[in-house]
Design a protein around this ligand. Structure first.
Ligand SMILES: N[C@@H](CCC(=O)N[C@@H](CS)C(=O)NCC(=O)O)C(=O)O
Length: 200
């Protein structure tokens, strides 16, 4: 498999999970501005959506959307328990979290990468984001991970997008449960290795 990535982008979540599952994979860096690879080839030929993450399977199929990629990977090694079994109620809960992260937290933090978001507009988006953070805090004050005691692909995804808070001058220490979650997930060996690989 090939994972098309950009350092620190949402592609870090499947990158972490590929390592946690000890699956063989190749990392291919994308120039996310030019939509090209280092050799100048066109990334849009791989993913016409023009964004990471994209996972190319050995049969050539390309899967996009972090939530779908994460579940696909988890299901390759069900024994690792990074996702509850398909068809179970717990799996639906996982999907509920993945969708919440994608639309509310990923989307809610990514908006600030747009330098035009300043002043009152920034304050408006922050207010909405902080309401979503309150939901995370309510959950993570009482348990270590989104699904309870057990780490799942949703936690990898949440960890990756919450890291962006620091890029936007949002101090997660304001929410001790979120800061503690980041520390907990950030201490996982495969997370440390994925971060180091993307920084290389
Ligand atoms: N809907 C996609 C969004 C992916 C996304 O936002 N990718 C960002 C990096 S985190 C990106 O590559 N943006 C570049 C662009 O949109 O041009 C998903 O959930 O995976």
């Amino acid at each position: 498999m090939k994972l098309y990535f950009f350092p620190n982008a949402c592609s870090l979540a499947p990158h972490i999970v590929l390592r946690e599952l000890a699956l063989p994979f190749e990392l291919v860096q994308v120039n996310n501005q030019a939509k090209t690879f280092a050799d100048g080839e066109d990334f849009l030929q791989i993913n016409p959506k023009g964004y990471v993450a994209a996972l190319q399977l050995d049969n050539g199929q390309v899967l996009t959307e972090a939530s779908a990629i994460l579940q696909y990977l988890a299901d390759l090694k069900p024994a690792a328990n990074l996702a509850p079994a398909n068809g179970s109620w717990e799996r639906v809960r996982l999907q509920e979290w993945l969708n919440f992260i994608a639309s509310e937290i990923h989307g809610g933090l990514a908006i600030f990468f747009n330098g035009a978001i300043q002043g009152e507009v920034r304050a408006m988006f922050l207010a909405t984001l902080y309401k979503r953070f309150a939901i995370l805090v309510q959950t993570l004050e009482g348990q270590d991970y989104l699904l309870g005691a057990r780490y799942s692909v949703a936690d990898a995804y949440l960890f990756v997008v919450l890291r962006w808070a620091g890029f936007h001058d949002i101090d997660l220490q304001q929410w001790p449960a979120l800061a503690a979650f980041q520390q907990r997930v950030g201490e996982r060996q495969d997370v440390i290795e994925a971060l180091a690989a993307e920084a290389a």
